[in-house]
Design a protein around this ligand. Structure first.
Ligand code: GZL
Length: 384
């Protein structure tokens, strides 16, 4: 799916005239007919306005009222604010689900706390919002609160991470995380062959345990560890944060220094913390370094590090889901048929042109060939 930023108005024809415009043109015709003087028409307009105010007719607040015919309230329970990816995701949704587009957004940052997130969703049901959007911190524990939403007749849209223990949501929009892990494995296999690396000894720093992003990236990459008989020395949870990446890499440097030559960071912010730790431990990394670093997300600062040769490869996960989420709400308002799943498009990046493309079997069992894009200044500029 193309992640270009689209405005809500792309989906609706602008109205040619409004009730107010029609009323004013009627008064102009009255004046022209000579039936009423200008002063009496002014009085007439005044009384119509008073009548309108008394009858409580609501002047539309934003364009959205006109576009949707009503103001739609949406509760959004976001994972937190742990990474550049997350900030970009929040901004994309807030920009799309805006008053301008006819949406009243009730946003809750759940700060990576699963209890807070369940309570937030339950609270949205109590508030009788029109729609609920969830980016689930973890993929389980959702049946009860989704049943409550279903019984209240409130459609739930899941974005980014998946819910794996309940079907009580209308649609999911996000990335195929397993493919990200598989693509990283296939890239490393080709890169190691081209570099003549005999030994692959891996340290893995994962994201939030139990999140579908962590589950998918681990499942995909570990297929290659198995196929290629690579050696994985250890794997620990860095919670998708820079501090978490630094903490885990400090531990690994103490426990395994000299035993590993590949580091897999399941997002860029952990890679930033990992690089800080390697610097402190005097360990070189990236292009020409002792450590190969593979990362995920491909945020702007991540791609800057690829361009600078600090990160060898970065597998994009696209956070710009706001416009597509707005489109889903628009379609639901129109009772249009919607897909149960919508996938974002993503790009695979590298610092060097040693592996121009990769061919592998994706999570659907299809053999795919995908380009590896060498990062340049333009790619960094265009990144989220
Ligand atoms: C992936 C998303 C992950 C990102 C991290 O879709 O849920 O969470 O990879 C973010 O940067 O914290």
């Amino acid at each position: 799916m193309d992640a270009k930023v689209v405005q809500f108005s792309d989906y609706v024809k602008k109205r040619k005239s409004t009730p107010i415009r029609r009323l004013l043109s009627y008064f102009k015709k009255l004046k022209k007919s000579g039936a009423f003087t200008g002063r009496s028409i002014a009085f007439l307009i005044f009384f119509v306005m008073i009548a309108c105010l008394i009858s409580g007719c609501k002047a539309p607040k934003g364009r959205g009222d006109k576009l949707l015919g009503r103001e739609v309230t949406v509760g959004f329970a976001q994972v937190g604010h742990e990474s550049d990816w997350r900030i970009a995701s929040t901004n994309s949704v807030k920009q799309a689900l805006s008053e301008e587009n006819g949406i009243k957004l009730d946003f809750i940052d759940c700060d990576n706390d699963t209890d807070v997130q369940i309570k937030a969703v339950s609270g949205f049901v109590d508030k009788k919002v029109d729609y609920i959007v969830i980016d689930p911190i973890v993929s389980t524990g959702w049946e009860d609160v989704l049943t409550k939403a279903e019984e209240a007749g409130i459609p739930v849209i899941v974005i980014d991470r998946t819910i794996d223990d309940s079907e009580k949501y209308v649609t999911w929009l996000g990335s195929e995380f397993t493919d990200e892990g598989l693509a990283a494995g296939e890239w490393l296999k080709n890169y190691a062959a081209k570099k003549g690396l005999r030994e692959i000894n891996i340290i893995e720093v994962t994201g939030n345990e139990g999140s579908s992003a962590e589950n998918g990236r681990s499942a995909g990459f570990h297929k290659y560890i198995e196929y290629e008989a690579w050696n994985i020395i250890d794997s620990r949870d860095g919670e998708f944060t820079e501090e978490g990446g630094k903490r885990v890499m400090d531990e690994f440097c103490e426990e395994y220094k000299g035993e590993f030559n590949v580091i897999v960071a399941q997002n860029d912010n952990m890679a930033f913390g990992i690089m800080k730790s390697l610097d402190e431990h005097g360990i070189s990394y990236g292009v020409g370094g002792d450590m190969i670093i593979i990362s995920f997300d491909a945020c702007k600062n991540g791609l800057k590090n690829v361009l600078d040769g600090n990160i060898n490869a970065d597998f994009e996960c696209n956070p710009l889901q706001g416009p597509a989420c707005l489109k889903l709400i628009y379609d639901l308002e129109k009772q249009a048929k919607i897909q149960k799943e919508t996938f974002m498009s993503e790009t695979w990046y590298a610092a060097e042109d040693i592996v121009p493309e990769i061919t592998y079997f994706n999570s659907m069992g299809e053999e795919v060939t995908e380009p590896i894009v060498v990062v340049d200044k333009a790619a960094v500029e265009a990144a989220y």
